[in-house]
Ligand binder design. Structure first.
Ligand code: SF4
Length: 319
């Protein structure tokens, strides 16, 4: 097992500063197939929690990366579970979180929330200081359209799970709503979504837009006017709303192996051409090395929203 692929970064994050990523789920195992997913199409739809990796391996991978970053005086704001699929499908989540606490760096997790109806998932999430829960819409038909959930998921049970969890969780609970033009940006749906989010009393209600290449080609970023309207609607429900509409910056960290670093980052985080240029300079690599990875079909180049992006070509694992 190549433990290096279990962690990546740190990568610049709009919400978490510089976060060291934990990739605890194999290539796109997810309970959703969101139309805007930056990882591409879901390779394995699942709602079954299981063990994917040995928690010790995740711990050792993080330890190795953190030591090498410390030597370079690189700052890490969070250790964040932001994997190749849905983070809570990992049955060892709490075990891994406990092991990672040794580093005294705050723990964060991004989840689509689809398993929140389960008490074990709620309990596992209590280990984290910062959580982002997906709430793309509180309207069932819109949820189905945008998140394309696993057929066995029950929307009302999930919403109840969110509410129950929000009452007992003591850390920073945040919501994220990805706005997609003509899908979930209409006034009626936004009001219902804001009303539901209000019941969770979140630290922040983030509204984001698909700034990186999405799974489906026909996805569009809403017009500025509609983004502003969404912001105003959320605010009118008393939510501490923040728009995530800016690119997060180019400060990607090089540890010591260009190819491994780039593959680990692009597997969860498509990287923009200007960011890659900087990354090449840091790591003494060249565009030829990038072309080689494209030739080997390990990464691909995509044009989206006025920029070129480089992302990992994810292949189905046996998980
Ligand atoms: S955006 Fe997240 S929840 Fe949606 S399909 Fe991609 S990995 Fe799964």
């Amino acid at each position: 097992m190549d433990i290096d692929k279990l962690t990546y970064g740190p990568v610049p994050s709009r919400r978490l500063g510089r976060s060291l990523g934990i990739n605890n789920i194999p290539a796109k195992v997810c309970s959703y197939a969101c139309i805007y997913c930056q990882l591409g199409n879901t390779l394995k739809m699942s709602i079954e929690r299981k063990s994917f990796y040995n928690p010790e391996d995740i711990y050792l991978s993080a330890k190795k990366r953190i030591s090498s970053l410390k030597e370079k005086n690189e700052k890490i704001d969070y250790v964040a579970f932001v994997p190749d699929g849905e983070s809570t499908l990992d049955i060892n989540l709490a075990k891994e979180a406990n092991l990672l606490k040794e580093f005294n760096i705050k723990l964060a997790i991004i989840t689509n929330g689809s398993l929140m109806y389960r008490e074990d998932v709620q309990n596992d999430l209590m280990q984290f200081e910062w959580i982002s829960l997906k709430v793309d819409s509180a309207v069932k038909s819109v949820w189905k359209k945008i998140d394309r959930p696993h057929g066995k998921l029950n929307f009302e049970d999930i919403k109840k799970g969110y509410i129950d969890f929000s009452k007992k969780y003591k850390g920073l609970l945040n919501t994220e709503t990805m706005l997609v033009k003509n899908i979930n940006d209409d006034e009626e749906s936004l009001k219902k979504t804001a009303e539901f989010i209000k019941t969770l009393n979140p630290n922040k209600a983030y509204i984001s837009i698909p700034i990186r290449p999405p799974a489906e080609n026909n996805i569009q970023i809403p017009d500025d006017e509609d983004i502003n309207r969404a912001y105003l609607i959320f605010n009118s429900y008393g939510l501490n709303t923040e728009l995530l509409v800016q690119y997060e910056g180019n400060n990607f960290t090089y540890t010591n192996d260009f190819e491994k670093d780039l593959l680990a980052i692009t597997s969860v985080h498509p990287i923009r051409e200007d960011a890659l240029e900087k990354f090449l300079q840091k790591s003494n690599a060249s565009w030829k090395d990038v072309e080689n990875l494209i030739k080997k079909q390990l990464i691909k180049k995509t044009f989206y929203n006025k920029h070129y992006y480089f992302s990992r070509i994810l292949k189905k694992s046996n998980s």
